[in-house]
Ligand binder design. Structure first.
Ligand code: ATP
Ligand code: MG
Length: 488
C-alpha cells in the first residue's frame, strides 16, 4: 500500500517549517494490515496555532488541539486530514476526561498515551532508501498485529481507570479485526467493567453501534457479555441468558437473540434491523409462564417494544430511530400464509408498521427464523407477502385520479346527482388511462361538454366499455406485480 499524496503533502509542509510529523494511530495499524484506513491522522510537535499558519485551509476543532486540514482529494477518506500536536493526558479523576492535557515534546510520549499497542505506532516515510518506511513501535504493536492480540499500552488497569470507554474499544477492535484480547488486559476489564457507568451514554451508544455494525456483531455482543460489560450497556439482554424457551425452540432466549443478530450482520442488514433482531425477544424472560416444552411468552412483542424504547432512550438514540426499531419489535410476530391471510390484514399491517418499514420488518422476520435454527427463511411465503404488500400499497385505479370530479361534471352539465355523472367520469378515466397527459382540467372539461351531446343510452354503453378496459388494466397490473415477485 502507498501513503496517499495528500498525507505526504501535509507531512512535508510541516517538515519544511522545521517540525516533526508522523502518521499515527489506527491508520498505521490499517496500513500494516494492507487495509485502507478510515481516516489518516498525523501527529506533530507543532502547536495548533503553528499548524494553522502553515495550512490556510484548516481549523482547530477540539480542546485537544486537533487541527483539521481540508484537501482537494476526491476520496472522501482523504478530504480531511487531522493533525494533532503531541500530547500527554494528565490524571483522570472521573474515569473519562483527563483533568488536564499538556503538550508533549516527543512522539514517544504521545504514543504512550494511546490505548492499545496496535494503535500506538508511528510511521514515517524515508526518502532515498529501499525500506521506504520507518515504524516507531515502542510497545510491540507489530508483533501483536501479527499474533492478532489486543493489548493495552502500559498497565491495563491504570489505562482503563483513566478512560473506561477503552474497555469497549478493546471489544470493538477484537470484534472488527477478529483478534483476542490479551490475558492481563482481559483481567483488567473484568476488574474495572463497573466503571463503564462513569461514561456518557452517547459515547457508549456510538461504541456499541460500531460493534453492532461489524460483520462479527454477534461475537462482539457475546464478548461484551462475558467481560461483563453488557450489563452496563443493555442489562435486559442478560436476563435471557440461560432462559429456555419451549418445544418450538432449541436455543435459549439470549442465544436466539445473538443468532438473529448474527444473521442480520451476515446479510449486511442496516442498524435498525440489527438492533430489532437483537431486541425482538427481549421481553420473553419477563412474560414467561410455565416451564419446559409448553412454556408461553404471551405479549412479549408488546412489552418488548416498550423495553426497546426504554433501552434506546437511555442510550440517547434519536426519537425517530427509537420509534422505528420499537415498531419492528412490536410487529415481528405478524402471521402470514398465502391464501389464508386476507388482503385487508396485510393492508392493516402496512398501515401499522408504515410502508417505509415493511422491507426491514421482513428482514427482522428472516433473522428471527434463521436465528431459531430453521434452515430457510421461508422464501416463497415472504415473496408472496412482498407481492401483497406492493399490491395494497398501489394507488387504486379510479376516477379519483382525474383532475375533474363529479361536482365539476354536475356544474358543467347543470344536472342533479345520478348515474350519468358516474358514466361520464368512467369515460374520462378511459381517456386518461390511454394517455396520462390528457389528465388536464381544461381538456377534460371540454370533453365533458362533448359527451353531453350523446344520448343516455350511448353514454351508458361507452361507460361500460371503459370499465371493461379498466378491469383489463387492473388484471394486467396484478399479473405484472406477481411476476416481479415470482409468485402465482
Ligand atoms: P477507526 O478505524 O475506528 O478510526 P482508530 O484506531 O483510528 O479506529 P480513532 O477513534 O479514530 O480510532 O482514534 C485514533 C487513535 O487515537 C487511536 O488509534 C488511538 O491511538 C487513539 N485513541 C482514540 N481514542 C482513544 C482513547 N479513548 N484512549 C486512548 N487512545 C485513544
Ligand atoms: Mg480513526
Amino acid at each position: 500500500m502507498e501513503i496517499p499524496r495528500e498525507v505526504k503533502f501535509v507531512i512535508n509542509e510541516l517538515k519544511k517549517a522545521g517540525f516533526e510529523a508522523y502518521i499515527v494511530g489506527g491508520c498505521v495499524r490499517d496500513f500494516l494490515r494492507h487495509v485502507e484506513p478510515q481516516d489518516w491522522d498525523v501527529a506533530t510537535n507543532a502547536k495548533p496555532e503553528e499548524i494553522g499558519e502553515i495550512f490556510l485551509r484548516s481549523f482547530i476543532n477540539n480542546k485537544f488541539g486537533t487541527v483539521t486540514i481540508l484537501t482537494d482529494s476526491e476520496n472522501p477518506r482523504l478530504k480531511e486530514i487531522e493533525i494533532t500536536p503531541y500530547r500527554i493526558d494528565e490524571k483522570y479523576t472521573d474515569k473519562r476526561h483527563p483533568d488536564k492535557i499538556s503538550w508533549a515534546k516527543t512522539i514517544e510520549e504521545d504514543l504512550a498515551r494511546r490505548d492499545f499497542t496496535i494503535n500506538a505506532m508511528a510511521l514515517m516515510e524515508i526518502k532515498n532508501q529501499k525500506a521506504k518506511v520507518k515504524i516507531i513501535d515502542l510497545f510491540g504493536g507489530q508483533k501483536d498485529l501479527e499474533e492478532k492480540i489486543i493489548r493495552a499500552v502500559g498497565d491495563p488497569e491504570k489505562r482503563f481507570s483513566e478512560d473506561a470507554l477503552r474497555m469497549m474499544r478493546a471489544v470493538r477492535f477484537a470484534t472488527i479485526l477478529d483478534f483476542k484480547i490479551e490475558e492481563k488486559t482481559t483481567q483488567a476489564i473484568k476488574k474495572n467493567s463497573f466503571w463503564l457507568q462513569a461514561i456518557s451514554k452517547e459515547r457508549i451508544r456510538d461504541e456499541f453501534l460500531k460493534i453492532i455494525m461489524t460483520d462479527r456483531a454477534a461475537d462482539g455482543v457475546e464478548l461484551l457479555r462475558s467481560l461483563p460489560l453488557l450489563k452496563y450497556i443493555v442489562p435486559e439482554l442478560g436476563e435471557g441468558y440461560g432462559v429456555s424457551q419451549n418445544k418450538h425452540h432449541i436455543y435459549d432466549c439470549y442465544e436466539h437473540s445473538i443468532l438473529s443478530l448474527k444473521y442480520a450482520a451476515k446479510r449486511n442488514f442496516n442498524k435498525y434491523v440489527r438492533l430489532a433482531a437483537l431486541f425482538h425477544d427481549i421481553a420473553k424472560p419477563r412474560v414467561k409462564r410455565g416451564e419446559g416444552p409448553d412454556a408461553t411468552f404471551y405479549g412479549h412483542e408488546i412489552l418488548g417494544a416498550k423495553m426497546t424504547s426504554r433501552i434506546l432512550n437511555r442510550l440517547k438514540f434519536p426519537k425517530k430511530e427509537i420509534e422505528k426499531i420499537a415498531k419492528l419489535v412490536r410487529y415481528h410476530l405478524f402471521y402470514y400464509n398465502p391464501g389464508e391471510v386476507s388482503e385487508a390484514s396485510v393492508r392493516r399491517l402496512v398501515r401499522q408498521v408504515g410502508p417505509e418499514n415493511m422491507e426491514e420488518l421482513l428482514q427482522v422476520r428472516m433473522a428471527d427464523r434463521i436465528g431459531s435454527g430453521c434452515p430457510k427463511a421461508e422464501p416463497y411465503k415472504l415473496r408472496h407477502l412482498r407481492y401483497l404488500i406492493e399490491k395494497v400499497s398501489q394507488d387504486p385505479i379510479s376516477v379519483k385520479m382525474l383532475k375533474v370530479n363529479g361536482k365539476a361534471v354536475m356544474k358543467i352539465l347543470d344536472i342533479q346527482p345520478g348515474p350519468k355523472i358516474g358514466n361520464v367520469l368512467d369515460i374520462l378515466l378511459s381517456y386518461v388511462l390511454e394517455d396520462p397527459e390528457k389528465n388536464e382540467k381544461g381538456f377534460l372539461e371540454k370533453e365533458v361538454e362533448k359527451l353531453a351531446r350523446l344520448s343516455d343510452e350511448e353514454l351508458k354503453n361507452l361507460a361500460q366499455k371503459a370499465k371493461k378496459e379498466r378491469e383489463k388494466i387492473e388484471i394486467k397490473r396484478d399479473e405484472m406485480t406477481k411476476k416481479k415477485y415470482w409468485v402465482t
